[in-house]
Ligand binder design. Structure first.
Ligand SMILES: [Zn+2]
Length: 181
């Protein structure tokens, strides 16, 4: 089941698939391993956003979990709760999100999160690269289009080609200079 986040009161921070279809353990396995079962089963996403998740896993993180702490911090920093809506749990293997017996077979196929998330987080790339790929896939890099939306100073055109507006899509795929490289 994946969670469409509402007020965050029902979905569980550590257990449910709520970060673009992924669980915390998919993104930050070493960090998630530090959390006790009791907290695992009780910390709602709303409580997590109130700071509970940092108490659940701290204070002695260890070398493996420290970078994951920041990865998780960043991965959830743009996620907003909708206080007037309830969390909705959707069945991920049917288009309408409603359970069907056929789709039940897919439960055992081993696919438990969004394909892109799985490819990124399970790769052997260094964390900085995984994190960049994650941000790029979510269109959350601080390129000119994003800076503009937030009313921040930004270059008028792509600094590489000076022809088109800078966006992460342009920088990685569209830019003539990138394609040369
Ligand atoms: Zn360009």
């Amino acid at each position: 089941m994946v969670v469409s986040l509402g007020n965050g009161e029902e979905a569980l921070f550590w257990k449910d698939h709520w970060i673009d279809g992924a669980r915390v353990v998919d993104i930050a396995p070493n960090l998630a391993a530090l959390v006790s079962k009791r907290h695992d089963n009780s910390c709602s996403i709303k409580e997590g956003f109130g700071g509970e998740w940092m108490r659940d896993c701290g204070p002695n993180l260890g070398a493996a979990a420290v970078p994951e702490f920041f990865v998780l911090w960043n991965a959830i920093s743009d996620i907003l709760l909708s206080p007037d809506q309830e969390d909705v749990f959707r069945w991920r293997w049917t288009a309408d999100g409603i359970y069907s017996a056929n789709a039940y077979g897919a439960f055992f196929a081993g696919t438990t999160m969004a394909p892109v998330a799985s490819q990124i987080w399970r790769s052997r790339a260094p964390y900085s690269c995984k994190f960049f790929a994650w941000l790029a896939s979510r269109n959350r890099c601080w390129t000119a289009d994003r800076l503009q939306r937030r009313g921040l100073p930004h270059p008028a055109a792509c600094p590489l080609c000076d022809q088109e507006p800078e966006s992460i899509h342009h920088l990685l795929l569209g830019c003539v200079v990138t394609r040369e490289i």
